[in-house]
Design a protein around this ligand. Structure first.
Ligand code: PLP
Length: 455
């Protein structure tokens, strides 16, 4: 395709290397340029409206024009636009936000460390785990276990934890000492005649086998999203985390809950950990912490994790970790205002009120000829396209069934996320019932179009 000289599209192709994009296809097709947002909708540069059924990247929980967040940012920019928290320095937004998060935590937590992104939060969690075990004299206990198709970010460490197909090839990842255990997707990996509960038992056995093979004295922590997001919205099978955590306890392995997507009401509880029964030693969060209006993430650690870290920082002189933007005051002020809005607008009650319709409309799509499985909790869901509902066989990847359905949705003014042949939905938490109906009406049409294009 040729682009108008000097147009935004031409300049984008000329200058921007896009994340998660096929660079050659981008040179050919150019970008989709989004120019403004309003509630659950965004608009492209041609003025076309889209219902943003992914809240951007599972993140803009309050939609795309929450003015209170603009005001909170402006106020903080006018007061103290930047300061840091190194070397005993502090500022009020950082203090207030840490206190608030500790009060909201799903289990008693002791301290909060701030970073700029989910990747940095998980990177930090991994470093703190190493520091903690060195502090305890367990110098061999450093290995991390995550799961196939888990998503934890893209820095060298967090991309290693990530277990999705595109994040390791070409990058010489994962780094040594990061292992990936079984994916708990019952529909795909449950064996014939195996109940969901038995499948969960087998998943926990797989984890135990891995820990024993590696040597429990070398395994430090297990990280998991309460409900896997970018791996395709995989809801854990019944009893899964209960059994996983029993194994972790047995071998003194820390549990890290990656709440980057699930935190702040997405699953119908404030934390995904509460929805699926995780009692984390470390919790990471980001995205909806600030409704993603500004970048900020947090790592919460328990008192048991904190104490050896504090001792070690004294022995070594300082905790040698921190980002220029750790607890950035403007980001922290926006996060605080976001949490205030969640409380004042009873966002959790709203999610609980509208999610039955969301789940009902989602599950109704399983009647569609293309859909093999629908799955979800709260305002988080996915459907999986299959070639044969009986055998659950997938289409040949060359068919691009998921991509076709995603493209058809875009045509209908709906932005979804195709993950292989799964289509994910995580709309802003402020979505109304009529907008949920609009979302699934549009998705139904998109599936019809995709079926026509495939067959
Ligand atoms: N953890 C989870 C569960 C995520 O979904 C993501 C991003 O989607 C990350 C971590 C990484 O966050 P970021 O993209 O802010 O680095």
């Amino acid at each position: 395709m040729s682009f108008q000289p000097n147009s935004p599209a031409a300049r984008d192709v000329a200058y921007v290397l896009h994340p998660y994009t096929n660079a050659r296809a981008h040179e050919e097709n150019g970008p989709m340029i989004i120019t403004k947002g309003d509630g659950v909708y965004v608009y492209d540069d041609g003025g076309k409206q889209y219902l943003e059924a992914m809240a951007g990247l599972w993140c803009a929980s309050l939609g795309f024009n929450e003015n209170r967040l603009v005001k909170a940012a402006t106020k903080q920019l006018e007061t103290l636009p930047y300061y840091h928290t190194f070397a005993h320095k502090a500022h009020l937004p950082g203090i207030d936000l840490a206190e608030k998060l500790i009060n909201l935590a799903p289990v008693p937590m002791s301290k909060v460390f701030f970073a700029g992104s989910g990747s940095e939060a998980n990177d930090t969690a991994m470093k703190l785990v190493w520091y903690y075990n060195n502090a305890r004299g367990r110098h061999a206990k450093k290995k991390m276990i995550s799961r196939i198709k888990g998503y934890h970010g893209v820095t060298i460490a967090s991309a290693s934890l990530t277990g999705t197909p595109v994040n390791h090839p070409g990058f010489d990842l994962p780094i040594a000492g990061v292992k990936h255990t079984s994916n708990p997707h019952y529909y795909r990996f449950g064996q014939s005649g195996e109940s969901e509960v038995d499948f969960a038992t087998r998943m926990a056995q797989d984890l135990e086998t891995m820990i024993l093979e590696e040597g429990p004295e070398t395994v430090a922590a297990f990280i998991a999203e309460p409900i896997m997001g970018a791996g395709g919205v995989i809801v854990p099978p019944e009893t899964y985390f209960e059994k996983i955590q029993a194994v972790l306890k047995k071998y003194d392995v820390l549990m890290i809950a990656d709440e980057v997507i699930c935190g702040f009401g997405r699953t119908g509880e404030f934390w995904g950990s509460q929805t699926v029964g995780i009692k984390p030693d470390i919790l990471t969060c980001a995205k909806a912490l600030s409704s993603s209006y500004l970048p900020i993430s947090a790592v919460m650690i328990s008192e048991d994790v904190y104490q050896p870290i504090a001792d070690q920082s004294q022995d070594l002189g300082v905790l040698g970790h921190g980002y220029t933007y750790t607890a950035h005051p403007v980001c922290a002020a926006v996060a605080l205002e976001t949490l205030k809005i969640y409380e004042e607008d009873n966002i959790l009650d709203h999610v609980r009120a509208v999610s039955p319709l969301f789940q009902e409309r989602l599950h109704a799509l399983s009647e569609h000829e293309l859909v093999g499985e629908t799955r979800g909790r709260g305002l988080m869901g996915a459907l999986e396209i299959v070639a044969d509902k009986g055998t659950r066989a997938s289409y040949d990847p060359k068919v691009g069934a998921g991509a076709k359905a995603g493209a058809a949705a875009t045509e209908h003014g709906l932005i979804v996320r195709a993950i292989g042949d799964s289509i994910a939905f995580t709309p802003p938490l402020i979505i109304t019932e009529s907008q949920i109906n609009e979302l699934f009406d549009k998705m139904t049409k998109a599936l019809d179009d995709a079926a026509g294009a495939i067959h």
